[in-house]
Design a protein around this ligand. Sequence first.
Ligand code: MRU
Length: 353
Amino acid sequence: MSVLSDPAAHDRVRAVAWRDGALELLDQRLLPAREQRLRFDDAAAVARAIRDMVVRGAPAIGIAAAYGVVLAARARFAADGEAWTQTIAADLERLADARPTAVNLFWAIARMRGRIDALPAGVDPLPALLAEADAILAEDIAANRRMGELGAALIEPGRALLTHCNTGSLATGGYGTALGVIRSAWAGGRLTAVCADETRPWLQGARLTAWELVQDGIPVTLIAEGAAAHRMKQGDIGWVVVGADRITADGSAANKIGTYGLAVLARFHGVRFMVVAPSSTIDMSLASGGDIPIEMRAPAELLELGGTRVAAEGAQAWNPSFDVTPAALIDAIVTERGVVLAPDAAKMAALMA
Ligand code: MRU
């Protein structure tokens, strides 16, 4: 099969894997300088890895937590016997506390809890829970491939795309959400260029998206966030394509800080705005985007660069990790269940029914 017709040819990176009885995570704090995989065999360490951004990106966080539940079950079953289904609650809570915004974390833990509750008393939980975590991983990749096809079909050939943060194989089970659309569109020969925002302050665009696209042979052009308006003014960007950490019942989407600003700029410049996320990112229990808890991260992430202070001594920093784009600024939400154009509460309810 030629590279042009095979999107899988542009998908070589895997960040989360179960190998030889432990969870293996590609340490995303070190990329692109170093490719180092860390092994985890206890749930508390997995929770710390999520909090500390060894693994990040909404679906990848959920998948890592699912394997964290497997590790917790193995330890609790060995230590507590039949009481393990109660004692594991503390591990589930610790995992859920790791980060607040991406709903995939809570979705995956709830799904694993459901599997635990369905287990017959006294049996070794490991095979069933490992199968469940493997299913979450496999379903995520399948959803991403489907979204890749659906999203790419919206993109008229001959345009450039702009993306923000990292939404690729590093942020998911594999293939990616917004980056999955980019992979599919690139493989289909639809794109003239892929622009990636550097994504301050954690540089997911410069460090991760650029690395991932280079690994997969897709040319990428990095821009500073501040260059986005000027880039859109050039006239060749057809769509801004981003992922999401939580989408609410009204079709609003939380994503990496800076996404909302891009949506405002896109509307002004007549550029369309696409949010790509699996249904595990949709939280129908929250009526509107204003209800989404926004993670505040350490001021040091902004005041320092690679551990060296760059801001003037004495300056303070305000460092929200996410913002919320209102549905009115979104032209399309792409999920594995289908595409919602000009999202609103009624269309989101129909999608999730
Ligand atoms: O803080 P991060 O790196 O976990 O933030 C990730 C994002 O905002 C992604 O855009 C989002 O999770 C979608 S990833 C498929």
